[in-house]
Write a protein that binds this ligand. Structure first.
Ligand code: HPA
Length: 278
């Protein structure tokens, strides 16, 4: 497999999925670590293991199933990726954008990205949801940008604007639903690190100083690719662990998965209401 994804690979994957279902999804949803249960909300699901789709970067992380679930939620045709693939698994950064490109070629116009994140903002608690207002692509800024490589002109320009990556109307909609349902959603800036190692105390002090509210190892490469393609994007973090005030982060992957269990019911309420209003 080469480092950079191609139009031909994207369309071969799209064609393989189209052989399994006639449904044309309008909304894509990517479920983060420990949040995969939301896929149970899909009615009349067609479930495709991602290792059966050509060129798909397959996920190996515990808690990530590696399924595409296509069906209906709240009368909307959706495609749900249960078990995303992370850069730290060893795929090239270009390949991390592959699922988003395929979903767009299947017809989605809106993408909802979810993740498990560490809380840096001292007002956040484990179990909170955070609506992403913006991101810091720290790994992207230092060379691992998913758009590096030949530009796919069919999707967007070589030098895309990223000033409205998270669609303002979707941020407002999620905030309104949070208020109506008393979900207490926070909002803020998500900083993306490649992982897989958690942060040192000095790194957390640095992330706090540059204005990050939450930290994680996903979402941003997908948001960059989606924004390049002109998709509307909503990002939601589930805060699975608080990063201690002195900067130490002793989060464990098990802790991240366990906190997901308290986050999932709130996320289900939020996403169902968002989908109903899209
Ligand atoms: N740091 C990085 N990624 C994470 C964390 C964290 O504390 N929690 C969940 N994903």
């Amino acid at each position: 497999m080469s480092e950079y994804i191609t139009m031909q690979e994207i369309d071969e994957a799209r064609d393989a999925i189209n052989l399994q279902t006639a449904l044309k999804p309008e909304i894509g949803i990517v479920l983060g670590s420990g949040l995969g249960d939301f896929a149970n909300s899909v009615e009349n699901p067609v479930i495709i293991p991602t290792n059966e789709i050509p060129h798909w970067p397959v996920s190996t992380v515990a808690g990530h199933k590696g399924h595409l679930v296509i069906g209906m939620i709240k009368q909307k045709p959706v495609i749900v990726l249960q078990g995303r693939t992370h850069f730290y698994e060893g795929h090239s950064i270009s390949r991390i954008g592959f699922p988003i490109r395929v979903m767009q070629r299947l017809g989605i116009q809106t993408l909802i990205l979810t993740n498990a994140a560490g809380g840096i903002n001292s007002n956040f608690s484990a179990g909170d949801l955070m609506i992403l207002t913006d991101h810091i692509a720290l790994a992207g800024m230092t060379g691992s940008n998913p758009l590096v490589g030949p530009n796919l002109d069919e999707f967007g320009p070589r030098f895309p604007d990223m000033s409205k990556t998270y669609t303002p109307e979707l941020i407002a909609l999620a905030q309104q639903i949070s208020d109506e349902n008393r979900l207490g959603c926070q909002n803020g800036v998500y900083v993306w690190l490649s992982g897989p190692s958690f942060e040192t105390a000095a790194e957390i002090r640095f992330l706090r100083a540059i204005g990050a509210d939450a930290v994680g190892m996903s979402t941003v490469p997908e948001a960059i690719v989606a924004s390049h393609g002109g998709l509307r994007v909503l990002g939601i973090s589930g805060i699975t662990n608080k990063v201690d005030p002195d900067g130490t982060n002793m989060a464990s992957h098990e802790e991240v998965l366990a906190a997901g269990k308290t986050i999932v019911p709130k996320l289900i309420t939020l996403l169902n209401a968002v989908l109903a209003k899209l």
